[in-house]
Design a binder for this molecule. Structure first.
Ligand code: AVI
Length: 310
């Protein structure tokens, strides 16, 4: 079922003009391991900035959260190690906190549970594995006020209006007094942004090329990955960072029994990593119908953890 969707998306994307693939498919085991390397790259400033905010501003964030009990629901929670920096002071301040990490991977959720047990023994953790579009429905009826976390600039990987659609979708599960906490990468000097997606060590290239290798592995493809180069761009007007793989020559590739023809220098659009200004975020907050927002930024104002109140 999953493979069929992957196959359908890959074939539709490669038969479109311009060609495209979806970055949600980057994260097989190998891709997830390469992403961990990206998180440690000196040019990839995002995790360091977000961690700084969680370390230094968690108490300021908690001051905006007036209730005594909260259910903290984290979308795409991963191992939760950064989230613990927020949960630790929250647990100290509040009478009752439950943590509900949602992730597609049951393996990463068991790591998450272990980390929480070590760092925050006694915290009530109820992991749910699955697609959060599905799982959100099941947990939205709890009686405690909710804080829904969507960290790591994951909102940036939604294209254009889809980010707003997603925030509206999440809001449809929220009630008065609930908060959405978004980790957002901000617009900044274009060179700083571009360097994060065009590292000299070629790790980001490897991350993109891995999707072609995955297609070879899983969809009986025969991409010659040496025939593709990685190219990243940043548009300071729109705030869109885009990643492409460029076909170095005319070539034909077989995927799942189909032939895909490439012209010389033809791009495959691989990923969008949208950057926002605080004003952009205020607009999104208004359009999505939240009552208030508060932005908490790091010392360089590279990144914001933004709190949207219903
Ligand atoms: C997961 N996501 C927020 C990352 C980003 O910055 O868009 C994925 C990534 N792509 C290239 N480098 C990192």
């Amino acid at each position: 079922m999953k493979t069929n969707t992957f196959e359908k998306d890959v074939l539709t994307g490669l038969q479109s003009n311009p060609k495209r693939l979806y970055s949600k498919y980057f994260y097989d085991d190998k891709g997830s391991a390469i992403f961990q390397q990206i998180m440690h790259m000196p040019e990839y400033y995002l995790p360091g900035c977000e961690t700084e905010i969680l370390r230094l501003r968690a108490k300021d964030i908690i001051r905006k959260l007036p209730h005594k009990s909260y259910d903290v629901i984290e979308l795409g929670a991963g191992d939760g190690s950064k989230t613990a920096l927020f949960l630790d002071p929250l647990v100290r301040e509040k009478e009752k906190v439950s943590y509900i990490p949602l992730d597609i991977s049951p393996e990463i959720l068991s790591v998450n549970e272990k980390i929480m047990e070590e760092k925050l023994p006694g915290l009530c953790v109820k992991p749910i594995a699955g697609d959060y579009f599905e799982t959100l429905k099941n947990i939205s009826s709890g009686k405690n006020p909710k804080i829904i976390l969507f960290l790591g600039s994951n909102i940036g990987n939604f294209e254009g209006e889809k980010a707003l659609d997603f925030i509206r979708f999440v809001k449809s599960f929220m009630r008065k007094g609930d908060h959405l906490m978004l980790g957002v990468d901000l617009k900044k000097h274009p060179r700083t942004i571009l360097a994060a997606y065009d590292d000299p060590a070629g790790i980001t290239k490897k991350f993109n090329i891995n999707l072609l290798e995955r297609i070879n592995r899983e969809l009986d493809g025969n991409f010659n990955t040496a025939g593709f180069d990685h190219y990243a761009s940043y548009d300071p007007l729109s705030g869109a960072t885009k990643s492409f793989l460029i076909s170095k020559a005319a070539q034909e590739v077989r995927v799942a029994g189909q032939t895909i023809t490439f012209h010389p220098y033809e791009p495959i659009h691989m990923e969008i990593s949208q950057k926002y200004s605080l004003q952009d975020l205020d607009q999104i907050r208004l359009k999505a119908g939240f009552k208030k927002d508060h932005h908490f930024t790091d010392s360089k104002a590279y990144f914001s953890i933004s709190l949207f109140e219903v």
